[in-house]
Structure formats: C-alpha cells, structure tokens
Design a protein around this ligand. Structure first.
Ligand SMILES: NC(=O)c1ccc[n+]([C@@H]2O[C@H](COP(=O)([O-])OP(=O)(O)OC[C@H]3O[C@@H](n4cnc5c(N)ncnc54)[C@H](OP(=O)(O)O)[C@@H]3O)[C@@H](O)[C@H]2O)c1
Length: 294
C-alpha cells in the first residue's frame, strides 16, 4: 500500500484525524477532558493530517474551539510537527440559540479565515474548505472568494465539502487546473450512494477525495460495521484486526486519491485506526467487501 498521499502541495499520511468529536458530538456522549491526548496519539501513530472546522465547538458562542485545541496540542507536542497539515472549513453559520445556516459570501469567508488563523496560531491556513454550498448566492462566487484568499496568502490550498459533481466542475473552472486541492464528502460502507460518483470524478480529475465519517458517523455505525457487513466481519476475524481497520484499508484501496478521516475522541480509537496505514489486506477480501457494499 502507498504510505503517503497528496493533498494539493502537501504530502500527508493516507489517513487523517477527524477532530470534530473532540469538541462536539451528536450522540450524547461528553467531549473528552483531555483532547490533546487523542491528537498526540494520532501524531505518535504517524498521522500528519488533521481535519477541523470553525463550527466544531460545544456551543454557538464557542466557535473555533476545535481549531484552538488543535493549535494548542500541536504547540505542546514533544515531537516534530513541521509536516502536519491542518485543514479547516467555514461557510456554515451557528448563531445565538443554536440557529444554523450558511454563508458563503466573500466577507464572511474572509472573516472566518482570519479567525481560524488566530485560533490555530498560524500565519496561513494549510487547506481551507467551503463547508457547504450557500445556495443563496452562485456557487462560483464562494469559490472565487476562496481563490482570492489564496491570492492574498491567507490560505495555501482550497477545498470544497459536501459538493456535487456539478459543483466540483464549477470549482475547478474558477480555480483552474490543479487549483482545487480536495473534495471532502461523506463516504463509508453505509453511505456511498451519492458520494461514490464524486469519488470517481475526483480520480478522473486528479483531485484528492477526503472521505468524512468513514465509519458512518456517530450514531453507532462505527460499532456495528461488523454486524451489518459480513465481509468486513470475516476479514477482521481472519486477520485478527478490528472491523474499523478493515474498513479504512478497504476505503484506501478504492484509489490513491482517497484519504479517510476517522473521528476519534479516545486515543485508543485513533491508535487502532492508524494501524490501517500498514495493513495489507488480501485483494480477495477487499473485493468481497466491494461486492457487498456496492
Ligand atoms: N465536511 C463535513 O460536513 C463533515 C461532516 C461530519 C464529519 N466530518 C469530518 O469527519 C470526521 C469523522 O466523522 P465522524 O467522527 O462523525 O464519524 P466516523 O469517523 O465515521 O466515526 C467516529 C466514531 O468512530 C469511533 N472509532 C474511531 N476509530 C475507531 C476504532 N479504530 N475502533 C472503534 N471505534 C472507532 C469513534 O469512537 P470514540 O469517539 O470512542 O473514539 C467515534 O465515535 C469528523 O471528525 C470531521 O472532521 C466532516
């Protein structure tokens, strides 16, 4: 298996850490008291890509929480972090009373980029995604705003998230060849019916596809992968590894442009997931999973 993947100008580990659960979770479990322990465990395990967003926070008035704990964890890590790439997102709004919305305007995205720079404690953002389309304006206008942030030097690479095939093409048109570093869409054995098309389009266009919620999200899907998918259960049983590792290895096998970003609130979860970086699952097992899932 290839041990490195590209996201724009950066070379990163093929698996990233999805940091959202360190600041908020929808399943009622509390967020961890020591989030840095999980981030440090990821770095110890060789993970060099961390995924965050401005809205990942316990409450509407603590937006930026996740970016702040990542910045802090990188500063307190006792190893080298010079090759760590942090990707953040903006474009979803969270207002008083937990009212959620969208804002993909130039002014708002620039304001959020400046706040992210401050929260992370960096001078430039490595990768800045439009989190979701703002359908009150033309998609191309939001992408143009991201392009301007890149020209200004506030962001190094631009990405889009929750994007359709049409939106990917619009973004590429605005940003030019090689200008769109990544598309981040939901993809897992549970959820692929809409995003498989975008994954394949990204392969054809030479764009990195970041698979979010790669175990199916927080609703218990991560725990029931082996119950729902017998081919994953069989592979995990025969190889003596976790169903989550099998799942990540399968997702990685779908293309060199695919980077899954499993969420983890516990150090044990990301330490186990990172073992998929070196797993070589027999092709017949991967094929059986593909047949079952698709
Ligand atoms: N772009 C978007 O709109 C969007 C939306 C949602 C998520 N995301 C990104 O995707 C990331 C991941 O999504 P997610 O956290 O919702 O879902 P997920 O990665 O599918 O599942 C996370 C769950 O899996 C468990 N887990 C992780 N590794 C495990 C292992 N090796 N063994 C057993 N359990 C394991 C975690 O447990 P513990 O908590 O107990 O460690 C956590 O509860 C987020 O952090 C975020 O960065 C992006």
């Amino acid at each position: 298996m290839v041990r490195e993947r590209k996201i724009g100008q950066f070379t990163v580990s093929p698996i990233g850490l999805g940091a959202m659960v360190l600041s908020m979770r929808s399943d009622g479990r509390p967020i961890p008291e020591n989030p840095a322990a999980t981030i440090h465990a990821a770095l110890d395990a060789g993970i060099t890509l961390i995924d965050t967003a401005d809205i990942y926070a316990p409450t509407w008035d603590t937006m930026g929480h996740n970016e702040r704990i990542i910045g802090e964890a990188l500063r307190t890590y006792d190893g080298d972090t010079s090759d760590v790439v942090v990707c953040t997102k903006a474009g979803i709004t969270r207002l008083e009373g937990e009212r959620w919305g969208r804002n993909g305007t130039r002014e708002y995205l620039r304001e959020r980029a400046l706040l992210a720079v401050e929260a992370l404690g960096v001078e430039q953002l490595d990768v800045f995604y439009l989190h979701r389309p703002d359908w009150s304006i033309l998609y191309g206008q939001s992408i143009q705003a991201l392009a301007e942030l890149r020209t200004e030097g506030l962001v190094k690479e631009v990405g889009i998230s929750n994007a359709s095939a049409e939106e990917i093409r619009i973004a590429l048109d605005v940003l030019g060849d090689g200008g769109l570093a990544a598309v981040q869409n939901e993809f897992s054995p549970w959820f692929h019916h809409t995003s498989r098309l975008e994954m394949e389009l990204c392969a054809a266009l030479g764009i990195t596809f970041v698979a979010y919620a790669p175990f199916g999200g927080l609703s218990g899907s991560a725990r029931s992968l082996d119950r729902r998918f017998p081919a994953i259960r069989r592979a995990a049983g025969e190889l003596g590894i976790s169903p989550q590792r099998v799942t990540l290895a399968w997702e990685l096998s779908l293309g060199d442009h695919v980077i899954p970003i499993p969420g983890a609130s516990r150090p044990e979860s990301i330490t186990d997931s990172a073992k998929a970086l070196t797993d070589d699952i027999p092709q017949a097992m991967l094929d059986a999973i593909t047949e079952e899932v698709f």
